[in-house]
Design a protein around this ligand. Structure first.
Ligand code: GLN
Length: 197
């Protein structure tokens, strides 16, 4: 059972992808619900709002604990929440699950949103997808624990740190199920890959 943090943002589109993959899914609104799930998605939306709502019920420490054992996928605002530092915001308490520094809204306003060509390179497999970037952040630096999985032009747009993944775009809005499938149906292999690394 995979949980989707359902506080704010476009979590419904992630639910659709998981249902398509026949992965049982549960909406998570309170920290004690994390006990039942094997992985978590932090969706896109507005990171300031997600952060405030997370604070209100005490999600920060609980999700950090959860990340010690189980995989997390963050998309867009979700990636911002998983980062360790935000260049242009000091109000947000990020989770520090991905050792990356990000810059919010780095491509401009809503109207500057675009469909980007994403070049993915994972486990010696390379392929391209087209995916929407909506008021997306940029990853401006990565720490040693980070593997760069995909780029769009020269920007890093997918990172992996062991069992955790962060994407600056929205695969769920283009019906791209690759990441959900890779992270959540191959969970056991992912753990093995991670231990072998
Ligand atoms: N601009 C939003 C933020 O900074 C992220 C946008 C998104 O998740 N699509 O939180």
């Amino acid at each position: 059972m995979i949980g989707i943090l359902a506080l704010q943002g476009n979590y419904q589109a992630h639910i659709k992808i998981l249902i398509g993959l026949k992965i049982p899914v549960k909406e998570i609104r309170y920290p004690d619900q994390l006990i039942d799930i094997d992985g978590l998605i932090i969706p896109g939306g507005e990171s300031t709002t997600i952060n405030d709502l997370m604070k209100r019920v005490g999600f920060h420490d609980e999700i950090k604990d959860f990340s010690l054992k189980k995989p997390i996928l963050g998309t867009c605002a979700g990636l911002i929440m998983m980062s360790s530092l935000i260049r242009n915001d000091n109000q947000l308490s990020t989770l520090g699950i991905l050792d990356i520094e990000v810059c919010r809204n780095a491509y401009g306003r809503q109207a500057d949103s675009f469909i980007g060509n994403v070049n993915i390179n994972i486990n010696e497999q390379a392929f391209k997808i087209k995916a929407p970037f909506i008021r997306a952040p940029k990853i401006i630096s990565v720490g040693k624990s980070i593997d760069v999985i995909a780029k769009c032009n020269s920007d890093i747009v997918v990172v992996r740190s062991g069992i955790h993944f962060g994407l600056t775009f929205h695969p769920e809005l283009s019906d791209i199920a690759f990441f959900h499938n890779y992270i959540f149906t191959k969970k056991n292999e992912l753990m093995k890959e991670n231990n072998a690394a």
